[in-house]
Write a protein that binds this ligand. Structure first.
Ligand SMILES: Nc1ncnc2c1ncn2[C@@H]1O[C@H](COP(=O)(O)OP(=O)(O)OP(=O)(O)O)[C@@H](O)[C@H]1O
Ligand SMILES: [Mg+2]
Length: 337
């Protein structure tokens, strides 16, 4: 069952200067579903719209970010909720933290530097629950224990903690109310490999202990490989491929996904890693047709003219590429002849 359904979402940064308005088309026609209890990964180069997508679907869009179109529906135990239709900020706030939780990018610096960690826990818990001092302590102790964190961190200030510990605390804070769905934006990016491993384990633990659903955004495909059930690959504001992690890694179908995977180091192979020429396009004036066509080694006339739809090419595997259509046409002709 899908806990989250996103349909044709369009979210642009719109700025007005000297009488002219500029739109950064950061999320442009994105549709996907997240199943209950899965870890759904979102990958793609810097600037392709990953964080914007998370902000939009967690109901945090504020100017200059505007939602132009689309639906974002949550399904909590049979209760359907369209978060974009909730006009009341109070209602949205109630939903966040308790039902939906976003661990924002660079969240280690979100902890208030002049307040002890305990205060941050108090803020989030008291905003949603009316608990006594004992209940508060029991709740936090249990949660920290389950995550393998020590109660003593409660008395510290953020600057007294290492980056890895601060990240664990932010994750603990974001999950203390046992949300149904957690969005984690680059939770391991600023950490060294050893500390990353600890954070990956922590995320797994939360998933198992709380049976929550997780949407994990990172440009680091090795983290996706370790944690995710399914993966979506974004390019310039659109999802270009989506499927089970194993099938994306074993049989990537979109030329962009292949490029991303080719740029990963491989064990025992010391040859230079290939990368596609060029850089990600501007999202103010993105290329016509398929946004990847200027960098694509297989680009055809059609790719410049039309936008490829995200179509199913195998069980649960979706790809937005005209090469797939060409392959299917060739197959049909072969069968017909
Ligand atoms: N406040 C803003 N105003 C205008 N444009 C913005 C704003 N924030 C982000 N953008 C632009 O929107 C696009 C998508 O940005 P976003 O932060 O969602 O990308 P990302 O995939 O999360 O990148 P990263 O991997 O670097 O975190 C980029 O072109 C970015 O420059
Ligand atoms: Mg980001």
């Amino acid at each position: 069952m899908a806990i989250l359904e996103v349909k044709d979402l369009q979210a642009y940064y719109i700025t007005h200067k000297y009488g002219r308005s500029t739109s950064v088309k950061a999320v442009d026609g994105v549709s996907f579903q997240v199943e209950k209890d899965e870890i759904y990964g979102i990958a793609g180069e810097s600037g392709c719209g990953k964080s914007t997508l998370l902000k939009a679907i967690s109901g945090l869009a504020k100017p200059p970010l505007e939602i132009l179109a689309g639906e974002v529906t949550y399904n909590f135990d049979g209760e359907r909720l369209d978060i974009l239709a909730l006009n009341d900020e109070k209602q949205r706030r109630k939903l966040r933290g308790a039902r939906i939780s976003l661990i924002p990018q660079g969240s280690m610096s979100v902890l208030n530097p002049v307040r002890r960690i305990r205060k941050s826990f108090e803020d989030i818990i008291r905003a949603h629950l009316d608990v006594s001092a004992e209940e508060f302590e029991e709740m936090v102790r249990k949660h920290l224990d389950a995550l393998g964190l020590d109660w003593t961190v409660m008395h510290t200030y953020p600057h007294q903690l290492s980056g890895g510990m601060r990240q664990r605390i932010t994750i603990a804070l974001s999950t203390i109310l046992k949300p149904d769905i957690v969005f984690a934006d680059e939770p391991t990016t600023a950490l060294d490999v050893v500390v990353q491993r600890g954070v990956v384990q922590l995320i797994r633990k939360i998933k198992e202990e709380q049976r929550s659903t997780l949407v994990l955004v990172t440009h680091d495909l090795s983290i996706h490989a370790k944690l995710c059930d399914r993966l979506a690959v974004m390019y310039a504001g659109k999802i270009v491929e989506e499927g089970e992690v194993e099938s994306i890694f074993s049989t990537p179908r979109h030329p962009y996904t292949r490029m991303l995977l080719n740029s990963l180091p491989k064990l025992g192979d010391s040859s230079a890693r290939s990368s596609a020429p060029g850089a990600p396009p501007s999202l103010v004036n993105p290329p016509s047709g398929c946004r990847f066509h200027p960098r694509c080694p297989h680009s055809m006339e059609l790719c410049r003219l039309e936008v490829p739809e995200l179509l199913e090419v195998g069980s649960g595997h979706r790809v937005a590429c005209f090469l797939e259509r060409r392959g299917a046409d060739a197959q049909r002709q072969a069968v017909g002849s």
